[in-house]
Design a protein. Structure first.
Length: 155
């Protein structure tokens, strides 16, 4: 089944899902954050079929989330390196992780905790805050038209 593209959608959530919305892509980005760089390493860590991994890596490169680079050991291989856009996915992964830690049916099975590398202490829960620093809940927000948005013509 061919996936529908949300590239031209006016919703930023749909647009981001068009680039990183499948679980394999998110897991590839996670592994890249942990230092995985080579095709074979991704394949071994994720247990993903080579054809699917090839397609996902190509899409992440095409979307500017990963870039290819010559292997750091000087071999003929190439490596996949996160771009600044790829590093921008970190808060999304942390939010997913924290959501799972809070609502998972078997939290005792979660094998790791996310800690600050320097202090070794658990990372605080992400919070949604207003421009003036107030803590916001989902009911404290709304959507309004973006005056800078280009309107698409219909018809």
């Amino acid at each position: 089944m061919k996936r529908k593209s949300f590239a031209g959608d006016g919703c930023p959530i749909a647009r981001s899902l068009d680039e990183i919305g499948d679980w394999w892509s998110m897991l590839i980005i996670r592994e890249a954050l942990f230092g995985v760089r080579r095709f074979g390493e991704f394949q071994k860590k994720l247990g993903l079929a080579k054809n699917i991994l090839t397609v996902r890596l190509r899409a992440l490169v095409d979307h500017g989330i990963l870039r290819t680079a010559p292997a750091s050991d000087g071999s003929a291989y190439q490596e996949y390196v996160l771009t600044p856009k790829g590093h921008g996915v970190v808060p999304v992964l942390v939010a997913l992780r924290q959501w799972s830690e809070q609502f998972d049916d078997a939290p005792e099975e979660i094998a790791t905790i996310l800690v600050d590398r320097e202090q070794g202490r658990p990372v605080r829960k992400l919070e949604l805050r207003s421009q003036d620093g107030r803590l916001l809940g989902g009911g404290d927000t709304m959507l309004k038209p973006n005056p800078a948005a280009k309107r698409r013509r219909r018809g």
